[in-house]
Write a protein that binds this ligand. Structure first.
Ligand code: NAG
Length: 318
């Protein structure tokens, strides 16, 4: 009986180890995109600005290419020389890559989301366009960081948010500006400090899937959360993509719901800051940062992780 129970729990928690990575494998809150022209991968990260690395394939060898906007953003706001949380996508109509970034101060609801564009994603090719009109100057109930672009039913849309009332969504007027529509909430966990951030939504089959990071990220060498309260990656799904997200058990994701897609296991600790990439050879891939217990627990030790998504009963697993 106990053996069976143990076996069951082990199976439930059996996550695949991260796929291989060679070269510069440090990352934090990564954004990943495979270039249309030649299939080269570009990986963006947070840490004293938006780092850029590139590689011929997702496994590497990854090469550090410097910073996206080495001089910071033209947005006049605290944190404009220390940009965060890159999210990258390509638009066929303009033939450009767009990178959303956050200008903020750690732990404060005092933030602006900005955007830069490029024809190639390469270092030195990015043009800053400043704010997209989404900020916290009117003291809203959300924080304007961790942007994530997605086209929903033909409408370019931005997800964003972190803590306070958690995740929100707003339609865009164009890649450089939000529309006049008021943002609406798409996910909320009322427990403790409302530890939900890093939305990343994607479509698969008949559903839109919303992934997010729950729990506490950070320098785990300085302060380690209670067991199980470190970063982990959750997923919810919805038919329309604009709301009514539920988890696998049918719980509303506006009310604490969320199915664990990836959590600490083996030497992997606190996986989060995730996204989903379309790899031409691997299909849909979950990518994230994690602390490798054998390497170190500080943000500067974080490693790039990725796993191919598998599907069971309409839900992604790794
Ligand atoms: C909601 O937050 C609490 C406190 O951090 C956490 O224990 C719980 O697992 C969270 N729910 C989800 C779905 O992550």
């Amino acid at each position: 009986m106990y053996t069976l129970l143990f076996l069951f729990i082990s199976l439930v928690n059996a996550f695949a180890n991260p796929g291989p990575c060679t070269g510069d494998c440090w990352t934090h809150d990564p954004g990943l995109y495979q270039r249309k022209s030649d299939g080269r991968f570009f990986r963006f990260a947070t840490g004293g600005g938006i780092h850029l690395a590139s590689a011929p394939s997702i496994v590497g060898p990854w090469k550090d290419e410097g910073f996206v906007l080495p001089g910071g953003s033209k947005i006049d706001h605290p944190g404009s020389d220390n940009l965060w949380a890159p999210d990258v996508h390509y638009q066929e109509n303009t033939k450009k890559y767009y990178l959303y970034y956050s200008v903020s101060v750690l732990g404060k609801k005092n933030s602006v989301i900005g955007v830069a564009s490029s024809d190639t994603m390469e270092a030195g090719s990015w043009t800053d366009h400043g704010s997209i009109g989404l900020d916290t100057s009117n003291n809203p109930n959300y924080n304007t960081i961790d942007a994530n672009w997605i086209r929903i039913d033909g409408t370019p849309t931005l997800n964003f948010g972190s803590y306070w009332q958690d995740l929100f969504q707003v339609p865009l007027a164009n890649p450089l500006k939000i529309s006049n529509t008021a943002p609406h909430q798409i996910a909320f966990n009322g427990s403790l400090n409302h530890r939900v951030e890093a939305a990343f939504e994607f479509k698969h089959g008949n559903y839109y899937y919303l992934t997010f990071s729950s729990g506490l990220g950070g320098n785990y060498d300085v302060s380690k959360p209670a067991q199980g309260e470190e970063y982990r990656i959750n997923v919810c799904r919805s038919e329309g993509g604009k709301g009514n997200f539920v988890d696998k058990a049918g719980r509303s994701c506006l009310n604490g719901g969320g199915t664990t897609l990836l959590a600490s296991h083996g030497n992997v600790y606190g996986p989060g800051g995730q996204g989903i990439a379309q790899d031409k050879s691997q299909g849909l891939v979950l990518y994230y940062h994690y602390a490798d217990k054998t390497k170190g627990l500080a943000k500067t030790d974080y490693q790039f992780g990725w796993n191919r998504l598998n599907w069971v009963d309409g839900w992604p697993t790794v």
